[in-house]
Design a protein around this ligand. Structure first.
Ligand SMILES: [Mn+2]
Length: 240
């Protein structure tokens, strides 16, 4: 069984990582043999020692423990994840990627955060390229921490204005068009986060599922060995 977590947004308040770390352990106890993180696990995750908060340190320790217990963790980057690839955290994960793919129960899964669905959204794609490129990464080394933090909060404001997530209507047509394209490539199931609402649909014989945000609902997805999916929550996952 696999477990998938999306949009945990840890780090909005000091010490708010508890439920997420508890859920990772619950997933392992329930029999997960691998875990996928579908982006925006932190409110910001800047993978640089200068920005390592106590919550990030505890998370990285949990990833180490999971790996030692034979449960590798894959990190699919969201729009709030920066510079993981090539950083000191990369080797802790099985893979850091924009898209994870695997087969479970004969169904071909594609996992991506969801902020890159709109291939027409050039301002956002340009912004993502600039904010995540090696030059921006190098600047982090030289910026004083306070200046870097100011930069990060400007990023937040920019994301808030630009990102279609904050539009009240789910961009269903865009999601369906993206899914149809990828189903033609041979995928059967598309898993998305980002939109902070649980939603599913069928397109061209494939299935789209948007995971709820863990930060809102404390729920995650389990993918059984037969390829079926279900949402589980902390309350129903048994005593710790
Ligand atoms: Mn997002």
């Amino acid at each position: 069984m696999r477990a998938v977590f999306a949009d945990c947004h840890v780090g909005r308040e000091k010490g708010d990582e508890g439920p997420f770390l508890e859920a990772l352990e619950a997933a392992r106890r329930r029999g997960a043999t691998s875990i996928s993180l579908l982006g925006d696990i932190f409110h910001f995750f800047i993978a640089h020692p200068k920005f390592e908060t106590p919550a990030i340190a505890r998370f990285l320790e949990a990833v180490d423990r999971l790996r030692a217990a034979g449960v590798p963790v894959t990190y699919v980057e969201g729009n709030r994840d920066f510079f993981l690839r090539g950083s000191y955290v990369e080797s802790k994960f099985r893979e850091v990627c924009d898209e994870e793919t695997f087969v479970e129960g004969g169904r071909r899964f594609l996992l991506t955060h969801g902020d890159l669905l709109n291939e027409e959204d050039r301002p956002y794609r340009l912004w993502r390229a600039i904010s995540k490129n090696p030059i921006s990464r190098a600047a982090i080394d030289f910026l004083p921490r306070r200046a870097a933090n100011r930069f990060v909060w400007k990023v937040e404001a920019r994301l808030y204005r630009s990102n279609f997530k904050h539009k009240t209507r789910l961009p269903v047509e865009m999601i369906r068009a993206f899914a149809a394209r990828r189903f033609r490539d041979g995928f059967d199931v598309l898993l998305l986060g980002h939109f902070h609402r649980s939603w599913s649909d069928e397109v061209d014989g494939g299935r789209i599922e948007i995971l709820p945000a863990f930060v809102d609902e404390r729920r995650w997805m389990e993918i059984s060995d037969d390829g079926t999916t279900r949402l589980v929550g902390l309350s129903e996952s048994g005593p710790t």
